[in-house]
Design a protein around this ligand. Sequence first.
Ligand code: FE
Ligand code: FE
Length: 162
Amino acid sequence: MKMNSLEDLLKEQLQDLYSAEQQIIKALPKMAEAATSSELRRAFEEHLKETEDQKRRLEELFEEFELDSGKKCVGMEGLIKEGQELMKEKGIDANVLDAGLIAAAQKVEHYEIASYGTLRTFAHELGYDDAASVLDEILQEEAKTNEKLTRLAESGINKKAS
Ligand code: FE
Ligand code: FE
């Protein structure tokens, strides 16, 4: 793929995000299963549904921009690997695991927030207002998920882990 304009960068980064969302869809069920807190498990399950819909909306943008899914997001691969290492810890305290799962999930959400925020601004700059509003809509969902995770951590999970 050529990389000579903001439009090229927008397209390349959309492919990166699509790969990120696909990886998250694979990881979230495992994180939900590992969670001890039922509230945390529910939060992961709800975000899985939301993420599947985000993937669908990205596919619509792929059609608009005539993109294919040939890219792997190595940033997300690394973040997910860190979460997996935590889940493999032998004999980890259940509450510590929950606190760690929230930390891992919030790193994922922050990656997404940075990415969707940047791409929304690129799309807006390029005059793709419909794409910009789709990206902004997803950005708001990621931000809400991040806030929900903060609330769960601060409303008891961190205390139980300490
Ligand atoms: Fe997402
Ligand atoms: Fe997300």
